[in-house]
Design a protein. Sequence first.
Lengths: 332, 188
Amino acid sequence: MRDDVRELTRPAGVQEMPAWKRHHLLDLDELAPEEILLVLDTAEAMREVLSREVPRVPALRGLTAVNLFYEPSTRTRASFELAAKALGADVVNIAAEQSSVRKGESLLDTVRTIEALGAQVLVMRHWQSGAPYLAARHTRMHVVNAGDGWHAHPTQALLDIYTLHRHLGDLRGRKVVIVGDVAHSRVARSNAWGLTALGAQVVLCGPPTLLPVGLRPGEDEAAAMPSVQVEVDLDRAIEGADAVMALRLQRERMEGGLLPSLREYVRLYQVNAERLARARPGALVMHPGPINEGVEIAPEVAVSAQSVIQEQVTNGVAVRMAVLYLLTGAKA
Amino acid sequence: MPQGREHVLMTADDIRRAVHRIAHEIIERNKGVADVVLVGMRTRGVPLARRLADAILQFEGAEVPVGALDIGLYRDDLPHLGLRPALRPSDIPIDIDGKRVVLVDDVLYTGRSIRAALDALMDFGRPGQVQLAVLVDRGHRELPIRADYVGKNIPTSRREEVQVRLREVDGRDEVVIVRPPEEAEHEG
């Protein structure tokens, strides 16, 4: 764990934070920079709560949050559960079996049932991109997207941004490299939106087959992504970086023929000590987890002083507390 | 938006004298400051607590620990309005078990903030005693809460607003009362 944590800074002139007005959190592309900074500020207060002997406050007492997960998850679901409980809310976990769910109607049936049971907050993970948007249009509950398909994972991006902000302060002009399977990564997409909103320079890096369509070399930049740079050579991408975020490599990508071999991926795209030496001294190493040991990040780098991977997990609870606190203050 | 009319109730000198008097009263009532901890309620209670600590150091030659308490997560008077107060981390620098904690706030009004502050404080430990110091008591209590140290009692109507301004936060020291515009008009 690093100890050179800086005071949170915000752009000069921004004294009073704006009130939060959003009813749902679906992705970061809809958030203004001030809203992201409000989440970071609020998370800082939540971090203090979590540092207490009894980390529990009554801010959400009497509210019920439902975690509706259509995809397996350990850390995100546990993180949301701990966050809601630390704020005094009641939590119900529903693990929906992918096989028993038919698209469309049955999802909305489930959402309406949960609302009728008296929940105010719906935390939803779905394998289908856009599913939380559909739910949000048909419920008065506050909907939090906990990951939808390849599309978005806003709370993961917020915890990544919070972790970066704690160490680097103002992110304007900071270079963040996101390396790996960018095409299939909701983490990369949400981070790209949030980081560019705060003025960071985002470089997406990976094998051409794992870069999103429209961002592959030679293709026009698609409008569906924020303004980012693309680099297929990690050694070049990492030059002078303030942080390197490695993405989880899904093993099934190789079976689908998108990668020639795991050995080649490791050779070209693993974040190892030699490559990290090209980054700025002390550059942060991040990973959203769970790590494939020895694949995305060399083992000695993952546990080095530059790694903030464990801190990301801890910060995730604080950031999710901040999101739940802010959303439940907004009127329907 | 028509502006209400402002009336100065305390000048910078008045505030300084009130802080000094309260510092003396804290020393006197606690027979010294051996177990005293000052805890300021954000936002303006914190600089007031620091000023009290400075005055106590000056009069008594003893350093008193100063903490900062954010009550946003404990309030019951804002959520029904659909507003979330901006949060800052609380910072209680020492173990408050068995200590004499003096809570410091700028304005005492309904007492609901103090209720929230007591809940927040108890989550940090079990003080031997809790006392309350405020710069202004404007009345209209809704809970059985009273202050032990008061800078100035100011009778007000509920339609009026009392604003405490402090150098550290607002750039200058003064306490003003703001009357609603229609009443200010009637005054001519």
